[in-house]
Design a protein around this ligand. Structure first.
Ligand SMILES: NC(=O)C1=CN([C@@H]2O[C@H](COP(=O)(O)OP(=O)(O)OC[C@H]3O[C@@H](n4cnc5c(N)ncnc54)[C@H](O)[C@@H]3O)[C@@H](O)[C@H]2O)C=CC1
Ligand SMILES: O=C(CO)COP(=O)(O)O
Length: 380
């Protein structure tokens, strides 16, 4: 008996492409592991199929999600349930896997409806695992390694390796931000600029992902970007994902057809995350005055809303004098900052914080990256 529960009961909230894959994966484990109930309830956002049948009914009859994961059996212990409350009411392990724009509304409906002590995970990673090709993922956790390991057990199969990392914000931001970089990669493809340019965009994108994450959350670890959720997911999404594909079409059309229009036409109900994420990131950058530090992330949004042409994706670099300060504090060209940073790093946290505040009050530009490095830029 763990956490007061004899057994764990899993509900999956979402039944799109990844939601269906995740349900299948989990159900293959719950059927085998004695600490879990076999049944996995999958909440389905109800839709009418062209046949006139409801999606949830079709899934339960065919054991297949013919709209979002056709041709793959989910496992007889996956039960589709269009009623959110009923799908979660007995569960003590909840797996959230809907497009992020719907999460808030769903959570509001769940208030007061969950079992006390229920745990939840948000899924942000995944590849072609429904057909059992080798793949991997990362789970971020804060403090409770035992719970993280339990979640990893629920997902791990011989073809899907799951690691756990004590860096919840880093893992979350990797999954979020790489979709913006994937838009940039797709634009490069649509402009027929070739692999060297695309590799450069991916490198700059990864660097901005890391810098942005560390500025927002100083606890974020460098190593997280070398886990599956970082560089591996970035590569796969930039080579083959939906964001990349739709961005390529956007660039081929010279930006004349909107992302919304292309998404509806090309994805048949699946949702892009990169365009709305770019907008949300841009809001943070504008609010904090960080736009020029993150030219790639900023430019993607400005292209998406038609403020800049798709070609701008490769035209911003000359305006980026400060990026290396954050992305690579040890680069030769930034020696003066490094000296400052090294001195700051040697100080204890309180004193360093005090110095940074004083510099800020004197009008200097301060980037406090916590234990990693505190940066002062007097020249901006
Ligand atoms: N497909 C993939 O390979 C991966 C996706 N993810 C992430 O998982 C999340 C879910 O993606 P997918 O499962 O691929 O979904 P999807 O993009 O394949 O499907 C869209 C889903 O949204 C549902 N939906 C539409 N309107 C809705 C509404 N008003 N309220 C609630 N749901 C609504 C649809 O019924 C469908 O289930 C996304 O954040 C995505 O970035 C993460 C890893 C891999
Ligand atoms: O969010 C996703 C994977 O994490 C899905 O996006 P892509 O299909 O563009 O890779």
């Amino acid at each position: 008996m763990e956490n007061g529960y004899a057994k764990y009961r899993v509900a999956v909230i979402g039944s799109g492409n990844w939601g269906s894959v995740a349900s299948r994966l989990i159900a293959s484990n719950t059927a085998k592991l004695p600490s879990f109930y076999d049944e996995v309830r999958m909440w389905v956002f109800e839709e009418m199929l062209p046949t006139g049948k409801k999606l949830s009914e079709s899934i339960n009859q065919e054991n297949e999600n013919c709209k979002y994961l056709p041709g793959i059996k989910l496992g007889s212990n996956v039960i589709a349930d269009p009623d959110l409350e009923s799908a979660v009411k007995d569960a003590n392990m909840l797996v959230f896997v809907t497009p992020h724009q719907f999460v808030e509304g769903i959570c509001k409906k769940l208030v007061g409806k969950l079992r006390p002590g229920a745990e939840a995970i948000s899924l942000i990673k995944g590849m072609e695992i429904a057909v059992e090709k080798f793949s991997e993922a990362t789970i971020g956790y804060r403090k409770d390694k035992e719970a993280a390991t339990r979640w990893a057990k629920l997902f791990t199969t011989p073809y899907f390796l799951v690691s756990v990392v004590e860096d919840i914000e880093g893992v979350e931001l990797c999954g979020t931000l790489k979709n913006v970089v994937a838009i940039a990669a797709g634009l490069v493809d649509g402009l027929d600029m070739g692999n060297n340019t695309k590799a450069a965009i991916m490198r700059i994108g990864l660097r901005e992902m890391r810098a942005f994450s560390k500025l927002l959350f100083p606890s974020v670890r460098d190593n997280t970007f070398f886990e599956s959720c970082g560089v591996a997911d970035l590569i796969t999404t930039c080579l083959g994902g939906r964001n990349r594909r739709v961005a390529e079409a956007f660039a081929r059309n010279g930006g004349k057809r909107s992302f919304d229009e292309l998404e509806a036409e090309m994805l048949h109900g699946q949702k892009l995350q990169g365009v709305s994420t770019a907008r949300e990131v841009y809001e943070v950058l504008t609010y904090r005055g960080w736009q020029e530090l993150f030219p790639l992330l900023s430019t993607v949004h400005e292209i998406c809303i038609g403020q800049l042409p798709p070609t701008s994706i490769v035209e911003y670099s000359e305006h980026t004098p400060n990026l290396s300060i954050i992305g690579d504090p040890h680069s030769d060209s930034q020696a003066q900052y490094c000296q400052w940073n090294q001195k700051l790093e040697d100080l204890d946290d309180e004193l360093r914080g005090l110095i940074l505040v004083v510099v800020w009050l004197l009008g200097g530009r301060v980037l406090d990256l916590g234990g990693y490095c505190g940066c002062i830029n007097f020249t901006d």
